[in-house]
Design a binder for this molecule. Sequence first.
Ligand code: HEC
Length: 111
Amino acid sequence: MKWSLSLVAFYALVACEAKTQSVATHSELWQQGQVIFDMNCKSCHSMEDEKLTGPSLHRFRITMDGTEARQSIIEPSRDIVPGYTDIMPQDFGTRLTEGQMDALIFYLTNG
Ligand code: HEC
């Protein structure tokens, strides 16, 4: 009896840990994305509704369109946002790893 109780307690603990861990990973991904954004994108883009050298990326937070965002980062010249010039660096697709790109997209689409 004593043994089975501690087994239950053990499983409850494992379940709890698994839960907190996934939450931590979630916010870690967001933070990682923010660091990448600050280092590579912030000089030209705002996450607020504000125009800099490049357009505000605020709308991706609202529409959550990660596919379109990813496309615009990998191939910036394919679709030029009206009113802007084609000066965005072309090499983010090779400069950022898959994992960094995923974190960045997560950050862009999750306010
Ligand atoms: C040297 C300035 C510059 C840097 C650095 C830069 N961009 Fe851009 N970006 C632009 C400009 C200018 C445009 C608008 C022209 C175009 O569409 O290519 C743009 C367009 C975009 C778009 C399309 C926006 C839309 O509304 O469709 C996305 C998404 C984007 N950039 C994301 C990023 C991300 C993420 C980074 C960092 C990894 C980054 N940019 C770095 C200048 C920059």
